[in-house]
Design a protein. Structure first.
Lengths: 480, 480
């Protein structure tokens, strides 16, 4: 009997475990919360709050280069918008960073075939002397070739480095492309180059819109003039180089460092009903490069997070935990907002239930990955089950990094998701003049809002946490 | 018997007529010429002479704004190239026209939402006062709405007119688009506007590259500042206008007339063996707008004509008549090269066997139409039969206009073809920065060369002419 009883008890336990998909100590999303999140998801799929937000931000503010007058207007616009949306709290937190300005930029082939080139200066580039800088070009096929070169062949020259990115759903070529931009400029400067020029880290072979982006220069003393050519202009320069004749370029970049600027992370909250101090953190970055209007990078991210929180706020009652939307300052020149935030809030890391940021455009989310404690894996699977019908596949084999700025909180120990968007076209428009509202499909954006709203709500309602703790996930290999 | 004999004779005549597709007095392409043209066509389809030409011109010269230093280099490059290609004659003919310069151009929304706009000045635009011009905007949905407006609502304002072109194989929306640009500027000026701005006459909704093009201003006294916004910028301005708030723009255009320039049509010939003074005229225009490198408009056209003539020159013996390649000067600002050519050669119009110009990009030729005398229709059908296997359909119901510059010789009485290219993507790149070499598919270009080589050779070898005479075809309704 006893034996039988024990077997029955075990069977009951196993049945319970499987029925709830969770052992007793596991984090669980209550059935009621799953049902509410499912309805929330379906509402969000047909909601235009997100699109209206990004249309407003990109139309009424436009480009928002960190530290510019437009950036300040963007902060004011977002504070006013968050208040108008009725969030329970709206506030800002200071973020200091070096101010870098772009005033004008020109490039031309001087010899052998004089003609203008479409160019844009890179973040933290030095300016050229007034009137421009003229020098011979030395060209390399890729960053490795530059690194392998004899510095004597580079000294006093304009270094040009090619890159070739292929459009990909997960955009993984950008690792190589951005390294060519950030590290390449530093390598060239150390080798004695007078300027650095790269084929844009982009995937639009037919567009004369060069892609900007930050360099790895850490202070004005090490910076040299650094810029990117559009892909057709890079083709043109490469054809001229192939002619075998010496190639002379003139760069005229009126850009540079200009002291320190104090910007702001803009934060809005839906205050938790039961655990107001426990936080689900979502967001995007408010700054943009100045060439476009910062629609896909990253007006969309802020809009997705804000719209998701607004839809949760509009539910019959507040969620158990707080939903915090963070519009980060100056992500573009080195995660300044994200690092300031993580530094200021490191001690509270255990109160961050779960977090992730949207910063990969406005394409649909197709993959969810997570860095959470083992006992929260079933809760993640519950979230995945709600997201699966709208095209999101859960890949349990990969970590979740939390996105660009929130990667810094993840590095402190915040449990994090990665909600990977379809970036097939992202690097056509990324960091160039073509990053404008017309690149956003309202239905695709709504799918993102649905994903963020549903996951954030379920995380806020969970029985149990996802494992945030100081130093947790330190070695999870996340790359966000 | 006699009766029978007569019937037999008639039947024989009918059979002859149908077998040769020609009555006794009709122009005929000899069978040997048809066979040679067929072989020429097939050689051209795999030849890279045309692509090499346009790659060289756009790389080694680049943009060629009429009257600029680059235009002069373009003339020198083309003379040298034609000589290197081994043509029997290479010469130039003078073309005078008003010089118009573009030095710099900027636009911004001043209120209610300050931000820059991507703008380009239009040909023959006046410059703004130094430091720019700031005024309120009055917006119209189309040119008809502007024309119908009360001038009091326009006076002292910046007039903005929208246009919406759809991509089409034959590009017919450009009629409306170019009228909005050319006539719109003049209408606005006459109504007292201080400046004219249009949504670019283009079909690339996602590109921040505004499309330039000439206005209808005939002299500096009537010109006002006139410019085009890229399509995304036009969307942006239209959204701001829709907000209902007064919209103020600042335009800063450093452009304008600067006296008279003497340019050159560049001409190369393969001298006819039997009738050197009878001419098959083909060509394109050598000038381009300055924003791109003039690859599809119209490096391609010059390249197609030059390559076709070169392939004919390389045949075992010279053709019966002369093949003349004309690279026209300053087509873009009003057919200056074409008009000068027609004025200079009007008296020789009867010696022009047949002519047409390529100026609609580098897409494949898909339609042939002709304005020729009725007795030359069968010869045109013979040409069509050679072109049909490479995708060209003969539409006998439409006239042939001779292309842009050669329309002027056609207007004097030159028999002419139209060889219509696939222009589906043409207005994505036309007159903007994206008109660069990468837009040309070498195989498509080779098909054009095949069409031009085959038709020009057959016209040169024809027994009989195509009806060129002073005043012929005056009412054929051709629109080229």
């Amino acid at each position: 009997m006893r034996h039988t009883v024990r077997l029955h008890a075990l069977a009951a336990c196993v049945a319970l475990a499987f029925s709830a998909h969770a052992a007793a100590r596991d984090t669980v999303i209550p059935d009621k919360a799953v049902a509410a999140a499912t309805a929330l998801r379906d509402r969000a799929m047909n909601d235009i709050t997100g699109y209206d937000f990004v249309a407003g931000l990109t139309t009424e503010v436009g480009p928002r280069l960190a530290g510019s007058a437009a950036d300040k207007r963007g902060v004011e616009w977002t504070v006013a918008k968050f208040k108008a949306m009725g969030f329970d709290k709206v506030y800002t937190e200071k973020v200091s960073y070096p101010l870098w300005e772009r005033r004008s930029e020109h490039a031309q082939i001087v010899a052998p075939y004089p003609q203008p080139l479409a160019v844009t200066a890179l973040g933290y580039s030095a300016g050229t002397p007034a009137g421009g800088l003229t020098a011979q070009v030395v060209a390399f096929d890729d960053l490795a070739a530059l690194k392998a070169a004899d510095p004597a062949t580079v000294k006093g020259k304009i270094v040009y480095v090619s890159t070739h990115m292929t459009p990909q759903k997960d955009g993984h070529d950008y690792g190589m492309g951005s390294a060519t931009r950030t590290a390449g400029a530093v390598v060239a400067a150390k080798m004695g180059a007078v300027a650095y020029l790269l084929r844009s880290a982009g995937t639009d072979p037919h567009s004369r819109t060069p892609h900007t982006g930050v360099t790895g220069f850490k202070d004005p003393a090490e910076a040299i003039p650094a810029a990117a050519l559009s892909l057709p202009d890079a083709d043109q320069l490469e054809r001229v180089v192939k002619s075998g004749k010496p190639v002379t370029l003139k760069l005229d970049l009126d850009v540079g460092f200009k002291g320190t600027y104090q910007g702001e992370n803009v934060i809005a909250e839906v205050t938790g009903r039961k655990h107001p101090d426990e936080v689900v953190a979502i967001g995007g970055h408010l700054d943009s490069w100045d060439l476009g209007t910062g629609a896909i990078d990253d007006g969309a991210g802020v809009a997705i997070a804000a719209a998701a929180a607004k839809l949760i706020k509009d539910m019959p009652q507040r969620p158990d935990r707080t939903i915090r939307v963070i519009a980060f300052a100056n992500e573009e020149m080195g995660l300044w907002g994200g690092r300031a935030y993580a530094d200021a809030h490191a001690k509270e890391v255990s109160t961050f239930q779960l977090g992730t940021e949207s910063d990969f455009g406005a394409g649909r989310v197709w993959r969810m990955t997570a860095s959470v404690k083992p006992e929260a894996r079933n809760a993640i699977a519950q979230i995945a089950k709600v997201l699966e019908p709208i095209g999101v596949a859960y890949d349990a084999s990969r970590p979740g990094g939390g996105g660009s700025d929130l990667s810094q909180m993840h590095a402190k120990g915040m449990a994090a998701l990665s909600l990977t968007q379809d970036g097939t076209n992202y690097f056509d428009y990324h960091h160039n003049a073509n990053d404008t509202l017309d690149k956003i499909d309202p239905k695709d954006l709504a799918q993102n809002v649905a994903v963020y709203a549903a996951f954030a709500y379920m995380a806020a309602q969970a029985d149990g946490n996802f494992g945030s703790a100081p130093g947790a996930f330190a070695n999870d290999g996340a790359h966000d």
